[in-house]
Write a protein that binds this ligand. Structure first.
Ligand code: SAH
Ligand code: SF4
Length: 394
């Protein structure tokens, strides 16, 4: 009889760095890259300048090959090639929705997969980036939250998502130029898979790279981080990243929020609001986006709308109403359009912008909260089958 092995000896314990071999330059901060160059033999006096040059090749012009870095000597390029690689995650599949939304399934080290979504709009193009494989939080309306397998993405894997989207959009400026006409990828939202504030350092380092004026050059006003409410990290986000903040609010009483966003049991509405009140001052940003998923009969009454505006009084805010996006087996229904309109009206009359988020890419399961990697689905059902059959997991 085969001995039954534990089913989920999951990847929380995966090493964060690849074991040996050449180091990836992608995802390193300028300081870290400088240190890496010095460690590999670059004279200290030159290191800062070399970082500037390499940085520009990688992040300004999207070059992945040391040999193309023509302002570096041949010998130095050969040294680089020996010690380093320039590596971004691999795109496994790309799906394009009838509305133009693109969804990429991306493979990262260890064979794990995450999803990245590009949403073109008239005046902008937004990339929805993932920060974790799966999510340790278990919001009851979110598909990602049902995924068991979880690991933090590295900074390289996070900024790498931006780089592969730009590859696909053909958006790197021509070598030697730095100008963009209309940007296709003009905004980043950290609203893909995962809780970004449970992977703070990697998210911060990746976003610093996205904002660097000699690279991808996105303004901090064009980057929005969405959190379910990891209160202690909110002040840090203001100080160390300074991007726009969105918060998954979703309920107006602790009782309901505990059920929808269980992290509320750790930091309740009052504690969350206290942290949010400080955010605009510290980050010098305009207003906070309150995300509010519209769930039929759960959080969508007129009384909820009135309570909501009362709670957020004094906080510069915009309320983003998200019609619930269904997924197989989801325990909720989307509120009716009339209900959403009535809710929005109350919030609007109280003086807050209250746009209703248009679901995008629904035909390819790319809408908010629907992301969950196929391999994980496949792996789990295989496990389930094996468990049923009493077969060893090996
Ligand atoms: N973990 C972060 C960011 C990712 S989710 C967070 O929770 O904020 C991005 C937004 O989509 C969040 O507001 C999330 O609550 C919402 N969301 C999740 N599942 C959804 C669904 N099925 N339909 C609509 N919105 C959903
Ligand atoms: Fe995680 Fe955000 Fe989904 Fe909650 S809504 S389970 S925090 S990804």
């Amino acid at each position: 009889m085969p001995v039954k092995a534990p089913i989920t000896q999951d990847v929380m314990t995966l090493p964060r760095k690849l074991p040996e071999g050449p180091q990836n330059l992608v995802g390193l901060t300028r300081d870290a890259m400088r240190a890496a160059l010095i460690a590999s033999g670059t004279p200290e006096k030159q290191a800062k300048m070399r970082v500037g040059q390499i940085w520009q090749w990688i992040y300004q012009w999207g070059v992945r090959d040391f040999d193309a870095m023509t302002n570096l000597s041949k010998a130095f390029r050969a040294d680089l090639a020996e010690n380093f690689v320039i590596e971004v995650p691999e795109v496994v599949t790309k799906q394009v929705s009838t509305d133009g939304t693109r969804k990429y399934l991306v493979r990262i080290a260890g064979g794990h997969e995450v999803e990245v979504v590009y949403i073109p709009e008239e005046d902008r193009g937004t990339l929805c980036v993932s920060s974790q494989v799966g999510c340790t939080l278990t919001c009851s309306f979110c598909h990602t939250g049902t995924q068991k397998l979880v690991r933090n993405l590295t900074a390289a894997e996070i900024i790498g998502q931006v780089m592969i989207a730009r590859d696909d959009l053909g958006e790197w400026p021509q070598t030697g130029t730095r100008t963009y006409e209309a940007r296709m990828l003009s905004n980043i939202v950290l609203m893909g898979m995962g809780e970004p504030l449970y992977n703070f350092e990697n998210v911060r380092d990746a976003m610093k790279i996205a904002m660097d004026p000699e690279g991808i050059q996105l303004s901090r006003r064009r980057i929005t981080l969405s959190t379910s409410g990891v209160v202690p990290e909110i002040a840090r986000t203001a100080e160390e990243i300074g991007c726009q903040l969105a918060v998954s609010f979703h309920a107006t009483t602790d009782e309901v929020r505990n059920m929808l966003v269980p992290i509320n049991k750790r930091w309740n509405i009052e504690k969350l609001l206290d942290a949010l009140r400080e955010y605009p001052k510290v980050s010098n940003s305009e207003r906070i986006t309150f995300e509010y998923v519209m769930l039929d009969g759960v959080n969508d009454s007129d009384a909820d709308a009135h309570r909501l505006v009362k709670l957020i009084e004094g906080i510069p805010a915009k309320i983003n109403l998200i019609p619930f996006n269904e997924w197989p087996g989801a325990p909720y229904k989307r509120s009716s359009n009339n209900r959403i309109r009535a809710f929005s009206e109350i919030v609007y009359k109280a003086g807050y912008a209250s746009p209703v988020r248009k679901p995008r890419g629904e035909d390819i399961m790319a809408a908010c909260g629907q992301l969950k990697s196929e391999t994980e689905r496949a792996r789990k059902s295989k496990r389930a089958i094996e468990a049923e059959a009493g077969v060893s997991q090996g």
